[in-house]
Structures are given as structure tokens and as C-alpha cells.
Design a protein around this ligand. Sequence first.
Ligand SMILES: [Zn+2]
Length: 78
Amino acid sequence: MKTLYVNKKSEASMLKHAFEAAGFRCLRMKTFCDCRDQGNIRAGVIILDGDKVLLEIRRCKACFRRHNPNLCTGGVGQ
Ligand SMILES: [Zn+2]
């Protein structure tokens, strides 16, 4: 299973809609991220391919930055 971190809720929604349009089932859920501080419960979406989880999307700015260190977000986010 692959885990994808996104910065914004709108990005998670966009991906969810894209996968739904492609015929996958998508479920919103609460998930956890790699941040060690308390309260690392994140909004997530899982993408199902039949009965297998294809991809898990988690929304966390800190994890997004950690997993995409070279990505320039153009000053997005606060
Ligand atoms: Zn995190």
C-alpha cells in the first residue's frame, strides 16, 4: 500500500474525486500520520481497488514537507 501526503483538504478531495471518476471506491476516514506529537489524528481518504487498499491519502502539512523536501509549494499554506 502506498501512502500519499497532501497539504490541503481540497487536494485530498480532488484526488478522491479523480479516483472515483476512474471507478475506484473511496472512503473518508480518520488516520494517523508520522508526526510524533500528540493529536496526530488526520483526515484521510483510502482508495479501494476491489477489496484491496490501493492508496491512503493523509493530510498533514509537516509530513507533506518531510516527504517532499524538494518540492517548492510557492509559499502556499500557513
Ligand atoms: Zn504529520
